[in-house]
Design a protein around this ligand. Structure first.
Ligand code: AKB
Length: 338
C-alpha cells in the first residue's frame, strides 16, 4: 500500500523551510520533500523522506508516485527574478516545464485515486508590470489581481503563465482520451517580497531588504542596490507560511478566485534602512542603485489589494511593519547571529 503524503518541492528554499517547520510542528501531515539541495539538518525530523533531485527528471518523479500516494502538492521550486534574467531559457524550463510536469502528475494522481488533489502554488508581485511613468505607483496604489498583468521579467511571465496553467488544469482540462474526470484543486497566493530572520534569500530582486537586515545583524555595513524611494510590498516569512496553509484549509465553496494577492506592509527602502539602523546603530546603509534591478523594482506595484483573500478565507497578516521588527525579526535575528 502506498503511503499517503504531502509533497513539497523547493523544500530547501526559504518558503519551503518555513512551511516544513509549520506543518511539521503541527504534526498534521506526512511530508515528502524534494529539492536540488539537501534539506537542512534541523528539518529532517519533520519529513518522511527528502529526495534530492531535479524536478525535470520525469523518471524520478514517476518513481515517487509508484511509492507514495500524493494528495497535496506545495510546488515552491522556482528560479527567482534576478537569477532568471541571467538565463531566461533555463528559467522557463524550470519554472514552466517544472510546473506543467507536476500539474500533469497531479491530474494523473487524481484519476487514480478518484478524488481531488490540492495544488498550492506561490506566485509573486512579479506578475505585475506598472506603466513607465514616474507617478504610476502612487496613481495605481493597491493593485488588484487582474490589473497590470504585464510582467517585465522572465520570472514574472513564468509565474503568470503558470497561474493560468493551474486554472486550466483545475477548471477547463477536457480529458479527450479518458472518461475519468481530472480533479486538481489549484490554489495560488501572489507573494510580495518576503523577509525571514532565519534564512537569507538569493536570486530575487526584493532581496535588498532582507540582505540589509542580515548584514546589519552581523555588524556589517550595507551597500543597497535599490534607490532610497523604492517602495514594494513585503511580508514576514511566518505570515507567508500561514497564508499558504490557510488557503489550503479554506473550504472550496468560500473561494471566489483561484489566485489571491496577499500582503502586509510597504515601507520605502530608506524607511526600512532607518528601522534597521535604529536596531543596529553600528550599521551604515548607503544607496547605490543598480539600474537593471531598479527597473524591475520600479515595475512592481507599491502595494496590492488583498481584500479578496481577507473576505474569502479570513487572511490577515500577524505582523505589520512594527510588529515584524519588534516581535519576530529582531529577536530571532539577534539569536541567530549571537
Ligand atoms: C523575487 O524578488 O524574485 C521574489 C519575488 C518578489 O517573487 N522575492
Amino acid at each position: 500500500m502506498r503511503k499517503k503524503v504531502v509533497l513539497i518541492t523547493g523544500a530547501s528554499g526559504e518558503v519551503g523551510q518555513a512551511l516544513i517547520e509549520a506543518i511539521g510542528q503541527s504534526g498534521s501531515a506526512e511530508l515528502l520533500t524534494f529539492d536540488l539541495n539537501p534539506l537542512p539538518e534541523q528539518l529532517r525530523q519533520y519529513v518522511v523522506r527528502h529526495v534530492q533531485g531535479d524536478l525535470l527528471d520525469t523518471i524520478l518523479l514517476g518513481r515517487l508516485v509508484t511509492e507514495y500516494e500524493i494528495d497535496t502538492i506545495y510546488h515552491l521550486a522556482a528560479m527567482l527574478s534576478k537569477s532568471s534574467e541571467f538565463r531566461p531559457d533555463v528559467a522557463h524550463q524550470v519554472n514552466v516545464s517544472g510546473t506543467l510536469g507536476l500539474l500533469r502528475l497531479a491530474s494523473e494522481q487524481s484519476q487514480w485515486r478518484e478524488s481531488s488533489i490540492q495544488f498550492l502554488f506561490p506566485s509573486s508581485i512579479a506578475v505585475y508590470g506598472m506603466p513607465e511613468i514616474a507617478q504610476s505607483k502612487s496613481l495605481y496604489n493597491k493593485v488588484r489581481e487582474w490589473e497590470w498583468n504585464q510582467p517585465r521579467t522572465m520570472y514574472g511571465c513564468n509565474k503568470l503563465y503558470c497561474e493560468n496553467l493551474g486554472v486550466y488544469y483545475s477548471q477547463y482540462l477536457r480529458q479527450m482520451a479518458s472518461s475519468q474526470p481530472v480533479m486538481v484543486d489549484f490554489r495560488c497566493v501572489r507573494f510580495p517580497g518576503l523577509i525571514s530572520a532565519v534564512t537569507v534569500p538569493t536570486g530575487g530582486t526584493s532581496d535588498f531588504a532582507p540582505e540589509m537586515l542580515h548584514a546589519a545583524a552581523q555588524g556589517q555595513n550595507y551597500l543597497c542596490w535599490a534607490r532610497e524611494d523604492t517602495r514594494i510590498p513585503f511580508m514576514a516569512m511566518p505570515d507567508a507560511a500561514r497564508a499558504m496553509l490557510q488557503l489550503a484549509h479554506a473550504p472550496k465553496a468560500a473561494l471566489s478566485r483561484r489566485v489571491y494577492n496577499v500582503t502586509s506592509f510597504s515601507p520605502g527602502a530608506q524607511e526600512f534602512a532607518n528601522l534597521v539602523q535604529e536596531a543596529f546603530p553600528n550599521c551604515h546603509v548607503t544607496f547605490q542603485p543598480d539600474n537593471k534591478r531598479q527597473a524591475i523594482l520600479d515595475s512592481w506595484p507599491a502595494d496590492v489589494d488583498d481584500s479578496a483573500a481577507r473576505t474569502d478565507w479570513g487572511w490577515m497578516p500577524e505582523y505589520n511593519l512594527f510588529d515584524a521588527f519588534q516581535s519576530y525579526l529582531l529577536p530571532a535575528i539577534k539569536a541567530r547571529y549571537r
